[in-house]
Design a protein around this ligand. Structure first.
Ligand SMILES: [Zn+2]
Length: 235
C-alpha cells in the first residue's frame, strides 16, 4: 500500500497549498493596507474640498472688491454732484441714492468680513489636514510595503509547496492522481485518510475489525477505501 502513502504525502502538500492560498487571500496586512488606503483617500478628498471652499471664498472676495470699487466711484461721483445741486427735490433724490449705495457698500463689507473669516478658518484647517494627508500617505506607503513583503513570503511558500507537490506526484501514477483529484473535488479536506486505531481520519468514524482485516487482505490492484466516506485509506 506504499502508493497510498505517496498519495497521502501529495495530499498533505495540496492541503498546505490551500491553506497558504487562504492565508494569501486573508492577509492581515491586506486589511491594514485597505484601511490606510481609504484613510489617505479621505484626507486627500477633505483637503481638496477645503481648498475648493477657500478658493470659492477668495473668488467671491475678489468679486466683492470689484463691486466695492464701483460703488466707491459711484459714491464719489454722487457726492461731487451733490455739491452742484440746488433744487431740494433733486438733492433729496440724490441723498436717497447715496444712502442706498452706502448701504450696499456696507453689506459688501459685512459679506467680505464673513468670507475673510472663512478663508482664515480654511487656512487653519488646511494646516491640520495637510499634515493628516502627509501622515496617512506615509502610513499607506508603509502598509503597501508590508503587504508586498507578506504576499511575497506566502507566494514563495506556495511556490515551494507546488514544487514539493510535483516532486511527490512523480511517484504516483497519472490515473491514480486523476482519481484522487476527482475525489478531492467532493472532499477538499482529504481524499486519502489514515487509520487512527479503528477510526478513519477522514470521517472520524470507526470501522469494524472485520472490515479493517478485509481491507488489509485486498489484492494489490484494489485500493482500500473507507466504507463510510469513500476515502482511500493509506493503511
Ligand atoms: Zn472515512
Amino acid at each position: 500500500m506504499g502508493i497510498l502513502h505517496d498519495l497521502y504525502a501529495v495530499q498533505l502538500s495540496d492541503i498546505a497549498i490551500s491553506q497558504a492560498q487562504y492565508r494569501l487571500a486573508h492577509l492581515p496586512e491586506s486589511a491594514t493596507y485597505q484601511h490606510a488606503k481609504s484613510a489617505s483617500a479621505n484626507a486627500i478628498t477633505e483637503l481638496a474640498a477645503l481648498d475648493k471652499r477657500s478658493a470659492e471664498a477668495g473668488a467671491e472676495i475678489t468679486g466683492l472688491e470689484i463691486q466695492a470699487q464701483e460703488i466707491d466711484s459711484t459714491l464719489a461721483r454722487l457726492n461731487k454732484q451733490m455739491k452742484t445741486i440746488i433744487a431740494p427735490r433733486e438733492a433729496e433724490a440724490l441723498q436717497h441714492e447715496i444712502a442706498t449705495c452706502t448701504n450696499n457698500r456696507s453689506a459688501l463689507d459685512d459679506r467680505e468680513l464673513e468670507l475673510l473669516e472663512i478663508v482664515e478658518q480654511c487656512d487653519k484647517e488646511s494646516v491640520v489636514l495637510g499634515s493628516r494627508v502627509e501622515s496617512t500617505r506615509g502610513a499607506l506607503s508603509s502598509a503597501e510595503q508590508a503587504l508586498r513583503v507578506a504576499r511575497a513570503t506566502v507566494n514563495a511558500q506556495i511556490a515551494q509547496l507546488a514544487e514539493q507537490r510535483s516532486a511527490q506526484s512523480l511517484v504516483v501514477s497519472p490515473s491514480l492522481l486523476s482519481t484522487y483529484d476527482a475525489k478531492r473535488k467532493h472532499r477538499p479536506d482529504g481524499a486519502v485518510s489514515k487509520m487512527n486505531g479503528p477510526t478513519c481520519s477522514g470521517c472520524h468514524l470507526d470501522l469494524p475489525k472485520s472490515e479493517i482485516d478485509r481491507l488489509h487482505k485486498l489484492p494489490a490492484d484494489e485500493l482500500p477505501e473507507c466504507p463510510h466516506c469513500g476515502c482511500f485509506i493509506a493503511l
